[in-house]
Ligand binder design. Sequence first.
Ligand code: ACM
Length: 553
Amino acid sequence: MKSVILGITLGLIIAGNATFAANSLTVIPQPQQVEVQAGRFTLTSGTRIYTDFASQATAKFLTAPLRTATGYPLKNGIQFFRDSTIANSILLTDKNANTNLGPEGYELTVASNSIVIRAPTQTGLFYGVQTLLQLLPPEIFSTNAVSNVAWQIPCVHIQDWPRFQWRGFMLDVSRHFFNKSEVETFLDAMALHKLNTFHWHLTDDHGWRIEIKKYPKLTEIGAWRAGNGFGFPSNSTTAYGADGRYGGFYTQDDIREVIQYAAARHITIVPEIEMPGHATAALAAYPQYSCTGGPFTPSMTAGIFNGIYDPAKEETFVFLANILKEVAQLFPGQYIHIGGDEVPKETWQNSADCQALMKREGLKNEEELQSWFVRRIEKSVNADGKRMIGWSEILQGGLPQNAAVMDWIGGAKEAARAGHDVVMTPTAYCYFDFYQSTNRAGEPKAAGWGGPLLLNKMYAFEPMPTNVPPELQSHILGAQGNLWTEQISNLKHAEYMAFPRACALAEITWSAKDARNWDDFMRRLQVHAQRLDELGINYRHAALETPEPNLVK
Ligand code: ACM
């Protein structure tokens, strides 16, 4: 009853003042164009959802939460589909849509007795559904039926599309292993925020997480270490195997399942297979592809600076090409991430074979050797029908032509100048493993080598670098938040680090630059946090309060 009265009061305010009304919506990320109108649609037990045949799967992402939270039957009528508004109905269709909205755009019209979501693609329609859910009271995300809620939606006309095509989130499953269902939890949270690219950091020094049929020891040996190794009390840490070792891996069937789960939510997965460095776990299993012969163990303490492949052995490239072929066959997306960061050069300096190779190939230094390595790998990736992407360092010594760069320590401008596409993940703004407060003592342990990355600093991030000239700006595909997990021991801890910073990232990558408004974001975040509560997603609650001073210089 209280919320009905509140709803009526708000309705009057909305009728009288359109500006105030627009500010009463709480959608994150902020849509591109919003016109709030007088009145509201009320969802009732008699509301019907109509979809055309092609939009049935998308409609399920609407009917499922609506039925669960309201307890209403909400019949879904494909057989009665007509492309016209019907009283007390919600229509989802990709017919007669405005193609100018682009491949991810949608139009959402809420009138007092009908709702229409129209989009040229199912992706756009899916995002229209996400917005519609956020126009309802946050209890719509409840996983049980809730009574005493007025299921009202303000009348509104929204036209919406993303600013950037790459709206990413990276999860490091090597340092801490997240199982399939934990990964799917993140994919659901990404969908809620219209994030569309999941970068799956599948291999590193501390664990190899993807089954490769041709090389079973990668997971038999490389997926396990003696303990967590990062100093967590064992009872705070998940991911112990049946034998007490720490780790885990995904079978290829697991991978296929997660890919499907992501695709249903319009999320592309970019798998990362690290090379030529960060390879200790792989070399623990197959030390013959190292310069020194090992031994290696998949841990942080042993051999990390030797965890680098030997480019002087032809068999190394056969091994990596075979791995990349299986990866390419599994993942339908266009990109394979090959890492390429932080390659210690001492091992190659100390290897007579590497030095002989450099002489033979006319390579002046180890940076050029790395570039030579990356070029060979790119040929494999391209032969498998994929494009290569790698961290900033793949620019060192020259970059193969159709490769893309993930800028974490610079290089965006040089890469764009040379015609490469770029994804922005600068450490100062995109590292979700950094502290969220200047008061470290009040926070769970986090990565201390950079940061802190406060929410207001995250919100001030501008993905388009100032030094990239206008004619090259189309090379900046977007941005991504990276969750490294050396300091993370379980899912709830990971969520705490990701949210609400990922909510800010969603707005930065989706919404118009000039629509950015910190105070309004914080107003919307208060309601959005209730959605996260309903969904059981953990986040830093203190971030909802008055922020510490913005540290942007
Ligand atoms: C990185 O953080 N080493 C890409």
